[in-house]
Ligand binder design. Sequence first.
Ligand code: GDP
Length: 536
Amino acid sequence: MSNLTDQISSRRTFAIISHPDAGKTTLTEKLLLYTGSIQTAGSVKGKASAKHAVSDWMDIEKERGISVTSSVLQFSYGGHFVNILDTPGHQDFSEDTYRTLMAADAAVMVIDGAKGVEAQTIKLFKVCTLRHIPIFTFVNKLDHDTRDPFELMEEIEDVLGIDTYPMNWPIGSGRNFRGVFDRQSRHVLAFQGDGHANATKKVGEIEAELGDAKLDELIGEENHKNLMDDIELLDGADNEFDMDAVSCGKLSPVFFGSALTNFGVEPFLKEFLRMAPEPLAYTDTLTGQKVDPATDEFSGFVFKIQANMDKNHRDRVAFVRICSGKFERGMDAWHVQGDRKLKLATGTSMMADDRAIVDEAYAGDIVGLFDPGIFSIGDTVCDMRHHVKYPQIPTFAPEHFARIEQVDTLKRKQFIKGMEEIAQEGAIQIFREWGMGMERVVVGVVGVLQLDVLERRLKSEYHVGIRRTPLPYTQIRWITNDPDELDLRSLNLTRDTLRVEDMRGGRLLLFTNEWNVNWAVERNEGLKLSEVGNIT
Ligand code: GDP
């Protein structure tokens, strides 16, 4: 396959979202198993595996059993090149999930069949709908007793506000789980053998037609009868399968299975790859036009920056989603925000936890570029002659604030470096208190766990200890007046309102509640305030 169009149209790039523990990691492992990328499942950041400890601060993931980093995995299957973008399961990192989704063409939502829609699925799902991309649902853990599938579908529709269409239907659950019925082929796919325990091999499956007498034997008479009743109900339901509704994220195709025992994973993968879109076209803000992914001219944007991913390298990686054309290692490209030429010297892609150098990649793929500190999230890199500029990635308004001070004044430089680098990754936002230097800053985050990660990373990567004081602010507003037009000193504010500056010198106010925001606007004629990030 050498033709550019063929290469690009074979790409499928998607993100997986789930509440922690629903089975995202296990499903990812099993997907890799089918692709021949790994011989036995269990090598994807298995929680107890040594590979998991890529850097010290990931200890926090191990301790809390959450995934903080988003990594990218690539594999090929059935003529497709598949890119899976992993996202943190915890809602405190929903901004990271949002940025990752900016680079994805589809999302897979994993739901625990016994628990249904959980608190953190809701927040992550909301983030997903902002992108209007297709959302596929995988209801997992069918080998355990699960809730009634009709009830689960209803919950997804009611709580998440998305229509559902079951692509297959489970036959029994828990010990009684026998397989799934594929609604399109109208075949039953039954487990062969007991297939339970943590299957590390492809599971045997037998196909049979509904109503066939041998099904009584295969799945049990009662299961067979229940299945026929369920299917009659489903077929009679209103929800039609509508691919257009799937494409814009209004209808979610639902699959049932068990990632752990491997059942239903391959049928899901096949169907998913058939329905998931080819690399989508992104809009160039310079012309307002969509850029055809299959043009010859390379372009992409940075959606994630991560420092110190690997202790042995101590480098910073900027993850670029390629939006058009072909990437070649060592190629010259234009960095739009930096207004200068760059040599894209290193391209890495992630295969499980190991990095592989990438020589070429195509629209839809993700490459990790070595970043000497020049990139910011949202930056565009493109062809030298044909410039495009992709939209900025909006930031979330911080919801929690803390004052962070360095403990050891001799480490001022490391402290500032660490704070700045972590802020550039978009993991925190930093503000200087009015009239103060950088040895004491105010940090704003979307979720408090981000503060734990900050503290841990400063210690392990920059060797600085900090003192952290929670602050009571909940609202943040930009002052949009010109600096000459308005002197901060002259503002009449409640005593619990804080004046701060961001790293670009922008002026902001932090309030403890909405009432104080109104108070400030009413008492200061001409004061213009605007919201910071308004996408949540
Ligand atoms: P993540 O936090 O969403 O990545 O979840 P994991 O993939 O780490 O799974 C959380 C736990 O659920 C682990 O103990 C898995 O072994 C278990 N698990 C995952 N999939 C299944 C499944 O299909 N059936 C059962 N019984 N357990 C599962």
